[in-house]
Design a protein around this ligand. Structure first.
Ligand code: UT7
Length: 329
């Protein structure tokens, strides 16, 4: 027996503090002009010192649950996609479960870089389609500000903190997730890596002195991967569902660089008005980008029942993930 599974509630949370490009000019050798031209980013949000990833996830989850009219006890599973968990263990999903009082939910974190939320949607929707579960919470949440090297202009200007959450459950037949294209190319792992703190390079004074616990990235290699994978994953999900780009009402791409988004728009030949872009406000919030966009799009009245929506992302791994949904609410 298979069931249609889709998103029935969505929410987002951005911490209050805003860091502008002009603020960054005072911290590293950069300029508002360079950041704006090369990335499209103007501002990003930064978590307060007492806030960790599960706190951001909690705020977004409350909104998603309210939007779906769901109670925490009804959740069968919680997946938190993150590269910045509160701790190595327990999982951020378990911490979130405790905060929500979602005592009936199985919980785990998912590590797929910026593709994490769409990976989680893939796993979550299939768990519902199979009949295993009925109601799932999927979250993309990050406090990247905690793992940035604030002396490295190549990376510190790019990222921000935030969270987005979605309730996934059975929906009317023919609605919800129609197709998925989820994959990875592990040979590119070193291009985007936090090299220290795991079993390869456990934390030592030396790893801390060498900034090994921060984001290390070969920007151009990741850029090339993204330029290929965002269009190809979008085309694959359309092909699997027997649709073409003209059928798409909204494209929600991962927000890493405006030039990567523009490249995808050109290659896909999609009307730019159909693409949700908020990178100027939030920068790259990794796994949180896609659900934050979805939440904004819903609030702006850009998601109507029956709309065909593509979610597409790429990230550390290297990973990619695309999903085509017929919006179900
Ligand atoms: O979610 C996945 C995460 N990551 C990504 O998606 C990143 C993908 N890559 C990118 O978005 C771009 O490659 C970057 C934005 C990271 C870099 O842009 P780029 O056009 O590839 O610049 P570049 O690395 O080729 O650097 C060009 C110049 C260099 O100076 P020189 O060597 O030409 O003198 C950099 O040192 O720009 C310099 N530069 C900066 N200058 C001012 C690099 N970062 C900055 C900065 N401010 N923040």
């Amino acid at each position: 027996m298979t069931y249609s599974a889709g998103i029935t509630g969505i929410g987002r949370y951005l911490p209050e503090k805003i860091l502008t490009n002009h603020d960054l000019e005072k911290m590293v050798d950069t300029s508002d002009a360079w950041i704006t031209e090369r990335t499209g980013i103007k501002t990003r949000h930064i978590a307060a010192p007492e806030q960790a990833t599960s706190d951001l996830a909690y705020e977004a989850s409350l909104k998603a649950l309210a939007d779906a009219g769901a109670k925490p006890e009804e959740l069968d599973m919680i997946i938190v996609a993150t590269e910045t968990p509160d701790y190595k263990y327990p999982s951020t999903a378990c911490l979130l479960q405790a905060k929500l009082g979602a005592k009936n939910a199985a919980c785990f974190d998912l590590s797929a870089g910026c593709s994490g939320f769409v990976y989680a949607l893939g796993i979550g929707s299939q768990s519902i389609a199979s009949g295993l579960y009925k109601k799932i919470l999927i979250v993309g949440a990050e406090t990247l500000s905690r793992i940035l090297d604030w002396t490295d202009r190549n990376t510190c200007v790019l990222f921000g903190d935030g969270a987005g959450a979605a309730v996934v459950e059975r929906v009317e037949e023919g609605y919800g997730v129609l197709s998925l294209d989820i994959g990875a190319d592990g040979t590119g792992g070193e291009h985007l890596i936090q090299p220290a703190g795991g079993s390869r390079n456990p934390a030592t004074h030396e790893t801390v002195d060498a900034h090994g616990h921060t984001v290390h990235m070969d920007g151009q290699d990741v850029f090339k991967f993204a330029a290929r994978k965002m269009p190809s994953a979008s085309k694959k999900v359309l092909q699997k569902a027997g649709m073409s780009i003209e059928d798409v009402d909204l494209l929600v791409p991962h927000q890493a660089n405006l030039r990567i988004i523009d490249n995808a728009v050109n290659r896909l030949k999609i009307d730019r008005d159909k693409v949700w872009i908020n990178i100027d406000k939030y920068g790259n919030t990794s796994a949180a980008c896609v659900p934050i966009c979805l939440s904004e799009a819903q609030e702006a009245g850009r998601l109507k029942k029956g709309d065909n929506v593509i979610l597409v992302a790429f990230g550390a791994g290297l990973t990619w993930a695309g999903a085509l949904l017929k919006w179900a609410k």
